[in-house]
Design a protein around this ligand. Structure first.
Ligand code: ZN
Length: 185
């Protein structure tokens, strides 16, 4: 089932999310729905708050990148209660977009490597060191769980430039390419 995506301006996108417990009801259905919602919107990542649930869970699907460039890992999975233990390596600028901020893409500076911990859908724990586009998407989605959006990382000057666009999105004035929940004032 395709779920509507919550759009910039909605409080759920600014709320620190809660830990997911293994007895959370219908978790598998939720994950299936989130994959469907993400694919329908041509995203490579989606977090629970973007479908209105304040939970520490996100999905990443790098298959579209992998198909273009086989050196990019073919990751398609769910990350539950993820943690970034350490960020290291070079600082890299790379453009990012967000399904909750339609039509906006900007360069964001992030560390190139991270060590992470997470659980899968069966609540098995994993630790990994990741880099490249995988680390980039992980950092973006992880931010969502703490109420942080990629536009928060922009310089005040850049933020000023896109503020009008953000205001329009907040007021529901954007091209709706997939179902959304708008927070119209
Ligand atoms: Zn996002």
């Amino acid at each position: 089932m395709i779920l509507p995506i919550y759009i910039y301006g909605h409080l759920v996108l600014r709320t620190k999310c809660e830990v997911v417990h293994s007895d959370y009801p219908d978790l598998n259905t939720m994950i299936i729905n989130m994959f469907e919602t993400m694919h329908n919107a041509n995203g490579v990542g989606i977090s629970a708050p973007q479908i209105g649930l304040s939970l520490r869970l996100f999905l990443i699907d790098l298959t579209p990148y992998h198909d273009e460039d086989p050196t990019i890992p073919n990751i398609k999975k769910v990350f539950i209660n993820p943690e970034i233990i350490k960020e290291y390596g070079d600082e890299i600028d790379h453009d990012e977009g967000c399904l909750s901020i339609p039509g906006v893409r900007e360069n964001v500076r992030r560390k190139s490597k991270i060590s992470i911990k997470y659980m899968d859908e069966k609540f098995n724990s994993f630790s990994e060191e990741i880099s490249g586009i995988f680390a980039r998407v992980f950092q973006h989605e992880y931010d969502h769980l703490n109420g942080v959006l990629f536009v928060d990382h922009l310089s005040p000057l850049k933020k000023n430039i896109i503020n009008r666009k953000l205001e329009k999105i907040h007021k529901g004035k954007f091209e709706e390419l997939y179902p959304t929940v708008r927070n119209i004032k």
